[in-house]
Design a protein around this ligand. Structure first.
Ligand SMILES: [Zn+2]
Length: 236
């Protein structure tokens, strides 16, 4: 989670409340969550929200940027015997494929061989697993496509030192709040930057039960999304 999404100024009061209940596990978890918020506790909650809005506006204005995201309903997509992968692994494979398609189609549209690379927030738990997955994609494909336009395995970086990864975190936060809480303020600001094929949004997918009527599912089914290999994949 990006640092600017810290708790309200009442964080210390929250810690005291948890401590008073003598729930050491909850206290440890709360301290961990609040550990990175000290640089921001001089801001009011409204000011912190405004920081997020300002950042989302900046991202929304990046006309040359394209966003890719996966929203996974865990109960539908993962966890069954025939779907043994974790949500993280499922989303990683989808994201790699989506980025590969983008590079392929956009390169074709502008008559250039586009090559991309992945830079990812370091996750000690997942980094080894995702690196193994990416190596397998390079040698055997993903099951749906070969990976020819993404070089190397993902480069894992410290998000505290990498501002673009923090901007990606803002997008992840906005996307999560949209699907889990139906909040649109931040999501609407970044939404135009998700990759599109003509009218259809193809840079973000919502993996959930059939019949979802959310904006992302609706816009994915607009004309041309079912024909990702035809024509120019992205508009700038
Ligand atoms: Zn949906």
């Amino acid at each position: 989670m990006v640092q600017v999404t810290g708790p309200a100024p009442g964080a210390h009061f929250t810690l005291i409340k948890i401590a008073a209940r003598r729930n050491s596990k909850a206290l440890k978890e709360a301290k961990k969550n609040h550990r990175k918020t000290e640089p921001y506790i001089h801001l009011t909650f409204a000011e912190r929200r405004q920081v997020l809005v300002d950042l989302a506006k900046i991202i929304g204005d990046w006309n040359a940027a394209r966003l890719f995201a996966e929203a996974v309903d865990k109960s539908v997509v993962c966890g069954s015997a025939n779907r043994p992968y974790t949500p993280f692994e499922f989303a990683f494979r989808e994201l790699v494929q989506r980025y590969e398609y983008f590079l392929r189609h956009r390169g074709k549209a502008i008559s250039q061989d586009l090559i991309g690379m992945l830079v990812q927030d370091n996750n000690e738990t997942m980094s080894r697993r995702l690196t193994e997955m990416m190596r397998r994609f390079h040698t055997s494909g993903t099951g749906w496509t070969e990976i020819d336009h993404i070089i190397e395995t993902a480069l894992f970086v410290d998000s505290h030192l990498t501002s673009m990864v923090q901007m990606a975190d803002v997008c992840a936060y906005a996307t999560r709040r949209f699907f889990e809480n139906k909040e649109t303020t931040l999501f609407d600001l970044i939404y135009p930057r998700f990759d599109r094929t003509n009218a259809a949004v193809v840079g973000i997918r919502h993996f959930t039960a059939h019949g979802c009527s959310c904006k992302v599912c609706h816009d994915h089914n607009l004309p041309s999304a079912s024909m990702p290999f035809i024509g120019e994949s992205t508009r700038f």
